[in-house]
Ligand binder design. Structure first.
Ligand SMILES: Cc1ncc(COP(=O)(O)O)c(C=O)c1O
Length: 417
């Protein structure tokens, strides 16, 4: 039996940073302070080495040949699916479909489930805090299938209006799509409660876990969702790899999204039969090295312990919320306390455009995002177009939060002259 990986007792960001070669570089002569983790995280040496090792020692296509390299690549690629399945508590690794990212995962649901199952006048319910990738695919279906898309609102602090669940989720609702955590506000949504309400009316549930899976433990069986979408690059893995969890019964009942090689069983001049799960949904040559490296990223996170990661980020968030109090003329969005909230801080400095804020921070070596964060309905609901956003991860420290706050004070002086 393989030895159980050791989980560390407490996360030590200073130790963790040593695994990330990017922190050896400087930006404009200053040490890099990377606070754009909600957009994409950095990669540890273990993930980078995995890619190098694959191309140097194992490179071959999967599921196509009997030679040693192909066999090894196929086994490693399959093994990565198993690691993902364990990471999210799936019943079987066959419920894990590798995609390019969370966006593609949600599009698989829209095309493969939605096109087949939706009828005119059906309704889809999402929240106003969704990323565009959990809104625009449903607009595509609205046009094609004559369905409606309804939005659960938020209150002014960015909590979902749960009082609307019963009026919005009705027998007409065929799918409820909810982000587990907001990429703008950090709000962690009570997805269990919403899934329970959706189940009462027989609606299918899709959880967008792009922001939650890297930061909090997830168990799809406990959640009871039908689908869950994740991007690898927000959790230390390479870009171009993500996954869709789908309950086996759902995936089995669905038609494939893309058609071609590897997703078939047999093809004649008349017809085709489809491969077993998950390959039925992985048409063509997949991102093999990236998929295997996703498995390594999951090993890395598992070794740190998701609970430790969450605790570390909670401490950072509480620290940052206190530190932001020192700043006058700053509007911070999202829940006022650290409870049920990720360490994502969207803010605006009075009278300063967020792009100017981000440019100034960059001149001090601090990377934050500015813009609408692909969540324009939420931005408009909260009365803004753009914000700056600082988002933390396993390698961030309180010293970096101090540096951010001091840099913001300098930005205020600079732009208010
Ligand atoms: C909540 C949420 N969902 C979905 C996505 C889409 O992720 P990707 O661009 O990797 O597909 C993002 C990306 O920022 C996100 O924050």
């Amino acid at each position: 039996m393989a030895a159980k990986p050791e989980v560390c007792k407490e996360l030590n960001p200073t130790q963790v940073r040593k695994d990330f070669p990017i922190f050896e570089r400087t930006i404009h002569g200053k040490p890099l302070i990377y606070l754009d983790n909600a957009a994409t995280t950095q990669r540890p040496r273990q993930v980078i080495d995995c890619l190098k090792n694959f191309y140097e020692h194992m490179n071959a296509n999967v599921h196509r040949a009997v030679h040693t390299l192909s066999y090894e690549a196929s086994c490693a690629y399959e093994e990565a699916h198993k690691k993902v399945a364990k990471f999210i508590g799936a019943k079987s690794w066959r419920e894990v479909v590798f995609t390019r990212n969370a966006t593609e995962s949600m599009n698989v649901v829209a095309y493969a489930w939605g096109l087949q199952h939706l009828q005119p006048d059906d309704e889809i319910v999402v929240t106003i805090m969704e990323h565009h990738s959990d809104i625009v695919p449903w607009f595509m279906l609205r046009k094609m299938k004559n369905i409606s898309v309804k939005f659960i609102d938020v209150d002014d602090q960015g909590h979902l209006r749960l009082d609307q669940l019963k009026t919005l989720i009705t027998l007409k609702t065929k799918l409820v799509g909810i982000t587990h955590a907001s990429n703008v506000l950090g709000t962690i949504n009570p997805v269990e409660e919403i899934i329970a309400q959706a189940k009462k009316v027989g609606a299918v549930t899709l959880i967008d876990a792009a922001q939650s899976a890297p930061h909090i433990p997830i168990d799809v069986q406990k959640l009871g969702c039908d689908f869950l979408a994740v991007s690898g690059h927000k959790m230390l893995a390479p870009t171009g790899i993500g996954f869709l969890y789908g309950r086996k019964e759902m995936l089995e009942a669905m038609n494939p999204f893309l058609h071609g090689g590897d997703m078939i069983n047999t093809v004649t001049t008349e017809s085709a039969t489809f491969n077993e799960l998950p390959w039925k949904f992985e048409a063509g040559t997949p991102s093999i090295a990236d998929g295997i490296a996703l498995g390594v990223a999951i090993d890395y996170l598992t070794n740190l312990g998701l609970e430790n990661i969450y605790q570390h980020e909670q401490k950072l968030l509480e620290y940052a919320l206190d530190k932001f109090e020192e700043l006058d003329g700053v509007q911070l969005y999202g829940p006022h306390s650290a409870v049920n909230r990720l360490a994502v801080l969207s803010f605006n400095l009075e009278g300063v455009h967020p792009h100017d804020v981000a440019s100034h921070l960059d001149s001090e070596g601090i990377a934050v995002r500015s813009g609408h964060h692909c969540a324009q309905p939420l931005m408009h609901r909260l009365g803004m177009d753009n914000t700056a956003r600082a988002s933390c991860y396993i390698y961030n420290t309180e010293d970096e939060i101090d540096a951010l706050v001091e840099a913001l004070k300098r930005a205020q002086k600079l732009f208010r002259r």
